[in-house]
Ligand binder design. Sequence first.
Ligand SMILES: Cc1cc2nc3c(=O)[nH]c(=O)nc-3n(C[C@H](O)[C@H](O)[C@H](O)COP(=O)(O)OP(=O)(O)OC[C@H]3O[C@@H](n4cnc5c(N)ncnc54)[C@H](O)[C@@H]3O)c2cc1C
Length: 441
Amino acid sequence: MSTQRHIAIIGAGIAGLAAALDLNEAGHRVTLYEAAPQAGGLAAGFRAPHWEWSLEKFYHHWFASDKYMLGLIERLGWRDQVLFPRPYTVIYYQGKFYPLDSYVEAFKFTLSKFGPIDLVRFGLTGVYLKLTPRWQPLEQVTADAWMRQWAGDRIYNALWRPLLVGKFGEENLDVVNMAWLWARIHARTTRLGTFVGGFQAFVDKLADLLRSRGVEIRLSTPVTQIRRAEAGQAGRLTVATADDVATYDAVISTSSPALMARLAPDLPESYSASLRGLKSMGAIVLVVTLDRQLTQYYWHSLAKEAGFPYLAMVEHTNFIGPEHYGGDHILYLGDYLQTDHEYFSLSKEELLERFLPSLERFNPAFERSWVRESWLWKTAYAQPVPPVNHSRNIPPIETPLPGLYFASMSQVYPWDRGTNYAVEIGQRAAALVMAEASSNE
Ligand SMILES: Cc1cc2nc3c(=O)[nH]c(=O)nc-3n(C[C@H](O)[C@H](O)[C@H](O)COP(=O)(O)OP(=O)(O)OC[C@H]3O[C@@H](n4cnc5c(N)ncnc54)[C@H](O)[C@@H]3O)c2cc1C
């Protein structure tokens, strides 16, 4: 092993935990700082007192192709705790829901609604995007323009436009590049997975393992500043919290880009400007429990144009049974929004007033008396927005400030953010720290 270094990691989300594991296994000393009272970041969960399993605050599942996440779980020997049930996904089209999570279903839908020519265009674009590894030419054009041209307006308006508008808003239709849509179609599967006990159970198990191996995890400890250490300590950095200041050989930050630009004032302006230039959407999710099942399906993709007040209705207990949640039937009503959208300033009660009436569109028998409890979760940093030629905008993990590394959702491009890529970028950041450590010996 190379000389032991003391590394600070900011953020005990999936990226921070994955980085901590690799650094610890290589014999380095690791301190993890986490602002929240629990580990897990955006993938964290919560648990009502009568639930056996935790529930992700924001809906989460793995894809069968999530090789970094599943590889990590395999390495930890926990593969037997990963479940891949068979939930069903539907899209809303002209007043009805259609299953659309297999090629057969998608072809049936396209043929019946649009005819054989559109079916061929749909099939060819789908096969092309699934098979081609070349995303670079696709990032030069917007998803809106590419799909209109190749899939045609009817298919685009029925299937892809609602997704793009829902995720990024109308205002970003002429911004988001086609590599983003390529990545979703290329890398995702219809099989969806989770961990026994929920994502939080996985996170807690990993955090416990790290602690048992000597990693210090400081929960409820927001880092307020990262600075170059005093002269004479070349390459070392200080990490400040409200309580103390400590010096490290290297620091990996997994915060949002905007926060990173503020946390590290010694970063050169060119790097900070590239952090500030990265755009993203926020998300709000209202979790509602019912005393009975609302629909047969897990994921309902909706269209804003159809008058739904949110982008997705996810009946979680059609994925993981209500028996794990004390018999509660759980719905997520979620949306991606700019952070100045009024939903961010509305209370849970106000959002319930806006959202609950629409549940009748999923099941006409729905009544308010079916609702048991509700929770509201919000985040300002939920979904990076990738504009045309975005690969030129991505700041490197190794920052120009010696010893400081930055690993966030905004840098996993061309892939869409997800816990799988959080593992991958956390591992990459750890590898860079270790390469630097051994080159200095
Ligand atoms: C609505 C929604 C749905 C999603 N669905 C899925 C899905 O189905 N499947 C999937 O795989 N992924 C999904 N994701 C994405 C997934 O949650 C993220 O890609 C992943 O969790 C990112 O991990 P991370 O460690 O990079 O960042 P984060 O999870 O953001 O972790 C960063 C951590 O840093 C901490 N932090 C920030 N600043 C400081 C500071 N100054 N001091 C100390 N700590 C700090 C934060 O509290 C946080 O815990 C979804 C995300 C959202 C928002």
